[in-house]
Ligand binder design. Structure first.
Ligand SMILES: NC(=O)c1ccc[n+]([C@@H]2O[C@H](COP(=O)([O-])OP(=O)(O)OC[C@H]3O[C@@H](n4cnc5c(N)ncnc54)[C@H](OP(=O)(O)O)[C@@H]3O)[C@@H](O)[C@H]2O)c1
Length: 238
């Protein structure tokens, strides 16, 4: 896009990898809308970056689970900028309350968090035949088994099951979007095992490195890769 001003939205950006992604993107000259579900936390994070000289960072509230909040952000972008060039869909939550000391003692392998059983892996990996309906059905089955206390017996991932299935589904959905909008670059990225609140700070990588993948993908040229999964900055298998 040459020297033309670019506009970005980063979700869940009041802290962690999202906050660092905003910072690194803003440093390249992109106008970044830092979004957060909590107005106070979001405003504070934005002020911090503004005070560091990044006046091209603005705040808007966004709770990614709230349709009205999404609509309000979309209206803001439309009226303020007329378009959006970059969306970093970063917001995430572990979905569990844990005893942090026990978790540290368990010495969890982070790669265990995202592997579903073989059958579901095949279904979600069959990108040619993947549909939103298929993903919805898998999620409905998951919810059903969760309510019946039957996750283990039905072969679901038992390490952070809700987190795991949400990430696998999101990755699959990303591939559907990439197929549907071939002119856009729509990719997934694993940031590495990053030291943030989401893993109770047992992650080993600093956020500065953890944000490198999302920043690189956000700045891809128009003809860049799409429908890919990146392990940090390198293309990998889904
Ligand atoms: N850290 C890692 O090792 C690692 C590894 C793989 C993937 N990831 C992914 O990287 C992303 C960023 O995580 P992080 O490590 O930076 O964790 P983090 O520091 O806990 O940040 C998560 C962010 O998501 C926000 N959020 C949660 N639910 C939201 C909602 N409904 N609407 C809007 N924002 C919401 C949180 O806001 P609040 O402050 O309001 O809670 C927070 O700003 C997540 O998607 C995570 O799954 C991280």
């Amino acid at each position: 896009m040459g020297d033309v001003c670019r506009y970005a939205v980063v979700t869940g950006a009041n802290k962690g990898i999202g906050f660092e992604t905003v910072k690194q993107l803003a440093k390249t000259g992109v106008t970044v809308v830092l979004t957060a579900r909590n107005e106070k936390r979001g405003m504070e994070a934005t002020s911090l970056l503004n005070e560091q000289g990044l006046s091209n960072v603005v705040f808007h509230q966004l709770d990614v689970q709230d349709a009205r909040s999404i609509e309000s952000l979309a209206k803001f972008i439309q009226t303020q900028y007329g378009r959006l060039d970059i969306l970093v869909n970063n917001a995430g939550a572990s979905g569990v309350v844990v005893d942090e000391d026990v978790l540290r003692a368990l010495n969890v392998d982070p790669e265990d968090w995202r592997v579903p059983n073989e059958e579901r892996r095949k279904e979600l990996g069959d990108v040619e035949n993947l549909t939103e309906d298929k993903i919805d059905k898998i999620l409905q089955n998951f919810l059903h088994d969760l309510k019946q206390d039957a996750l283990e017996v039905n072969g679901w991932q038992m390490m952070l099951p809700a987190y795991s299935i949400s990430k696998v589904s999101l990755n699959a959905y990303t591939r559907i979007l990439a197929r549907k909008y071939p002119k856009m670059c729509i990719n997934c990225v694993h940031p590495g095992y990053v030291n943030t609140d989401i893993n109770w700070h047992i992650g080993t990588m600093p956020v500065e490195e953890g944000a490198e993948g999302s920043v690189m993908l956000a700045l891809l040229p128009d003809e860049g890769p799409t429908g890919c999964y990146f392990d940090r900055t390198v293309v990998d298998e889904f």
